[in-house]
Design a protein around this ligand. Sequence first.
Ligand SMILES: [Zn+2]
Length: 212
Amino acid sequence: MIIVLLGPPGAGKGTQADKLAARLGIPKIATGDVLRAALRDGTPRGREAKAFMDRGDLVPDSVILAILQDVMSSPATEKGAILDGAVRTVPQAQGVGIMLAEVGRRIDKVLLFDIGDRKLISRLSGRTVCGQCQTPYKDREPGSKCEKCGGSLMRRQDDEPDAVRNRLDVYRAQTEPVVEYYKGIEMEPVKIDADADVDEVTARALKALEPE
Ligand SMILES: [Zn+2]
C-alpha cells in the first residue's frame, strides 16, 4: 500500500507517518531523510543533488523524484510506503504519479491531516528549543531554563507567530490546488481531523485506510 501524506506544519504529520509505518509494517519514506541519505552515501543522485546545494540552489524536483524512485524500486518498499513530504505542490503531485508509474506502482490513498490555523499557530509558537543543547520543548516559555543543561530556551524564528502565519498561508495556497488535482484523478484526499491526541489521530487515519 502506497500512502501519500499531506498536512500543514504543526499538524503532526511526521509523527503520524512513524505511527502508521509501525502499525502497517511498511516504511516511512520522508523526502528529507532520503535526500540526506543519498548525500551521505554519495550515490550518483546524491552527488547530483550536492552540486545544486553547493551552488546555493534548491535541489530541483526532478532530482528529488529520481532519489525517491530509487527507493520506490528497492526491496525495502516492496510492501508499500508512507510518503511524507513528497507532495507539496501540483507539479510534485504529478511528478510522484509519473515516477511511481514508471516503476509499475501507484498511490493507494492520500491522507490530509488538518487542524485550524489558530490551533496550529498556538501549537507552533508554543515550541521552544534550548539555545545550547537544542533539546526541543512544548509549552515552555522562551527564557525558561533547559532541564538537561540549564541553557536558556528560545523560540526558533520560524515558530514566531508572524512567521507561522506566513508558513500557513504558503501551505494553504499550495495545498488547495493539490487537493483539487487529486480529486480530478479520482484520488480525493481523505481529510483526517488532527486536533486530538496522537493515538486518536492514528486511529482515525487507520480507519480511513480500511477498505470500503
Ligand atoms: Zn539544554
